[in-house]
Ligand binder design. Structure first.
Ligand code: SAM
Length: 271
């Protein structure tokens, strides 16, 4: 898809890019090809595309012999995709909000040019609800990139950084100039690939715990932990067992220390 064909397709469909759905369509075939190649060539048999739009990435995916699920919240676009790819037996269009889609419990890869307004929620959902991701390839606006790799003590460091660091490996695939989209967004984007790594974490419980500890970033870890535990003595005991000084702020604590903290919280809260 180039700019002219994207614009004329939208016109033909009687549609306009919807800001509320974060619709910035990719108009560079070389970028689409490079992104999709990763999931087409991996060992998954099932690929989900989140927010298929006008099919810039889907066009490459459908030609593979894998099962392709195209999820799209915009009914007009979903209707178009279903017709456009009707002759492909391996393709299913899911006309739904991705946050309401349940992934099957099997090996799969996920690819997305993520809608910027819910980037974090989608990344969280994909990681927390899939035990068998082969590759999760996603494009985000560069603003968010800082959060993905944030160092402790930085403003960007938070639950998402910790979750990514502990559960997988994140690698930059490429940077994409803003001119590769229509309409042109205000900032450039980057593509990353996330691959899970072996760990012992109960990710859902752990993530809920860490998010609660970051609710008030300016308060000390003791204050935040006590909000969850509801008992100052127990809170002090959990922190002591975890070798974390009670005056530390949430952003000063390393990912591995959160693992220890969670484990001590789980053990001590019920004693
Ligand atoms: N994949 C297309 C491309 O690269 O040109 C479109 C990418 S555009 C940045 C994001 C797409 O996600 C839009 O088509 C938008 O309608 C869709 N979208 C937004 N929110 C969604 C949601 N909650 N669930 C599913 N799709 C969503």
């Amino acid at each position: 898809m180039d700019k002219i064909s994207t614009m004329s397709l939208l016109k033909e469909l009687g549609l306009a890019p919807q800001k509320r759905f974060g619709q910035n369509f990719l108009i560079s075939n070389s970028v689409s090809e490079r992104i999709t190649k990763i999931v087409i060539e991996d060992q998954s048999e099932l690929i989900y595309e989140i927010g298929a739009g006008l099919g810039a990435l889907s066009e490459f995916l459908v030609k593979s012999d894998k099962t392709i699920k195209l999820v799209e919240i915009d009914h007009g676009l979903a209707y178009y995709l279903a017709h456009h790819f009707a002759t492909f037996d391996n393709v299913e269009v899911i006309d739904k909000d991705i946050l309401k889609v349940q992934f099957p419990g099997q090996k799969l890869s996920i690819v997305s040019n993520l809608p910027y307004y819910i980037t974090t929620s989608i990344i969280e959902k994909v990681i927390l609800e899939n035990d068998e991701i082969v590759n999760f390839v996603f494009m985000v606006q560069q603003e968010l990139s800082e959060r993905l790799f944030a160092e402790t003590k930085s403003k960007q460091y938070g639950p998402l950084t910790i979750l990514l660091e502990l559960t997988g490996m994140l690698k930059l695939v490429m940077n994409v100039d803003q001119s590769a989209f229509f309409p042109v967004p205000n900032i450039n984007s980057s593509v990353y690939v996330y691959r899970p790594k072996a760990h012992q974490l109960d990710t859902v419980g752990f993530y809920r715990f860490v998010k609660a500890l970051f609710l008030m970033r300016r308060k000390t870890i003791a204050n935040n932990l006590n909000t969850i535990v509801g008992n100052k003595e127990l809170t002090a005991k959990i922190l002591l067992a975890s070798s974390i000084p009670d005056n530390k702020r949430p952003e000063e604590i390393e990912p591995e220390q959160y693992v220890t903290l969670y484990s001590n919280y789980e053990n001590i809260k019920t004693v």
